[in-house]
Design a protein around this ligand. Structure first.
Ligand code: ADE
Length: 426
């Protein structure tokens, strides 16, 4: 099968999984009322009609509902995986068979296949790109700069992707508008904190089936994701240690009641280590060497660079797969065993199903509305990073509250007047 641009229509594991995928996509949809409202409006208004898009996302039930929303808006979208280990193969099959959306994503695909999919998707010559980690945008800038002229705009889902895009913007090479979806309040306050908090522990538990109560969890990084993991770890009865390089966040962790120390000091104390920094080799060979026998190590940051697994392999005499998503490294000398979960890739999507639909509802409402905003404002937005207007953020929050059946107060005329005066005081 081919699309009009002659790229094959799909590369998924098994189309026979489609029915099962559809059931799960519909299950997730129940928890995504805001996105559903947007989809219903898009069906009527078709705001993206005639445009082409590459969406590089984790291929999950929630992403499938985003893809349905985009399709309802009239866009011709191709989906590719944003991580080699995060694809849900039944969802990929359902998108192709049940919803007619081209997908290139297979759980466990090699980095070569992953990169081939990125390049093939760019052959579509998209008007819009939804990126999660900025691999598509970086490839476009490096290898296909001629495509930039056609780009109306791009969006970025993650903190990590935005770190890359800020560097790109600083280098003077971002000549199109990009919406920093991650920076919307209805994204990072909820998805990064409550989504990562719950789904990371879900991944650790599904991979190992261990009890968290009474264990020491070392959370490396106290951004929104780290805060969520630490909070939920404590809620499950674990003792939580936080490692952080930013002094303000470190004080925040202390005042949130966490123990704060260096990774060096935490290494012998932790039972479970979880990295959420977005940086490289934050747990390195000399840290692994200090861990006690049986320590579990996982990453929930976007890329698989946070754990230096090459250094771990160098100080190990043997590596063995104990169960899905659990690899045991036996250290030379001490014979201590360190268990790496999910190959150091984001554990919430590798071993579990990623963030629950209810938070992705708001994240993907932001994505859908960002695409609409880019197209509505084609040619009017300055190149570089933008936030969606605050009214849109507030609208998403209001719709979510309404869907939850929660009413909140509004300002009275007297309150509005008071907030706008400078004369009234002591
Ligand atoms: N990132 C984290 N969780 C996700 C999910 N469920 N779907 C898509 N992207 C995600």
């Amino acid at each position: 099968m081919t699309t009009s641009t002659q790229i094959p229509n799909y590369d998924v594991k098994d189309l026979n999984l489609a029915k099962a995928g559809r059931m799960r996509i519909e299950w997730a949809e129940r928890e995504m009322p805001v996105l559903r409202l947007i989809r219903e409006r898009f069906e009527r208004e078709r705001p993206l009609a005639g445009k082409k898009m590459v969406a590089c996302c984790h291929i999950t039930t929630e992403t499938a509902n985003l893809a349905r929303t985009l399709k309802a808006a009239g866009i011709d979208a191709v989906l590719i995986a944003s991580n080699p280990l995060s694809t849900q193969d039944d969802v990929a099959a359902a998108l192709v068979v049940e919803y007619g959306i081209p997908v290139f994503a297979i759980k466990g695909e090699t980095p070569e296949t992953y990169n081939r999919h990125v390049r093939m998707a760019l052959d579509l010559e998209p008007d819009l790109i939804i990126d999660d980690g900025s691999d598509v945008v970086a490839t476009m800038v490096k290898e296909r700069p001629e495509l930039i002229n056609k780009i109306i705009g791009t969006t970025e889902e993650t903190t990590t992707g935005l770190v890359r895009l800020r560097a790109l913007e600083k280098s003077g090479r971002m000549s199109w508008p990009t919406i920093a979806v991650n920076d919307a309040q209805t994204k990072h306050f909820f998805d990064n904190r409550y989504g990562t908090g719950q789904s990371t522990l879900d991944g650790v538990i599904r991979a190992t089936n261990i009890l968290l109560a009474g264990r020491t969890i070392v959370v490396v990084g106290y951004g929104w994701c780290g805060k969520g993991v630490a909070m939920r770890g404590r809620g499950m009865g674990a003792n939580v240690i936080v490692c952080e390089i930013n002094p303000i966040r470190a004080i925040e962790a202390v005042m949130d009641g966490m123990r704060v120390m260096t990774i060096e000091d935490a290494a012998p104390l932790g039972d479970i280590f979880i990295t959420v920094t977005g940086n490289r080799h934050v747990i390195d060979g000399h840290h692994f060497a200090k861990m006690h026998d049986g320590a579990l190590v996982a990453n929930s940051g976007h890329f698989d660079v946070e754990l230096n697994l090459v250094a771990l392999a160098e100080i190990s005499e043997e590596k063995e797969q104990l169960r899905p998503f659990v690899e045991q490294y036996r250290l030379k000398g001490t014979g201590n065993r360190v268990m790496v979960l999910g190959e150091g890739r984001l554990i919430n999507l590798a071993a579990a199903e990623g963030h629950p639909a209810s938070v992705m509802d708001m994240s993907f409402a932001n994505q859908a509305l960002s695409c609409e905003y880019l197209v509505k404002n084609e040619g009017k937005l300055a190149p570089g990073l933008h936030l969606l207007p605050e009214e849109v953020d507030n609208e998403i929050a209001s719709l979510k509250l309404a869907a939850m059946g929660i009413k909140i107060d509004t300002l009275t005329a007297e309150m509005i007047e008071y907030m706008n005066t400078w004369e009234a005081g002591t």
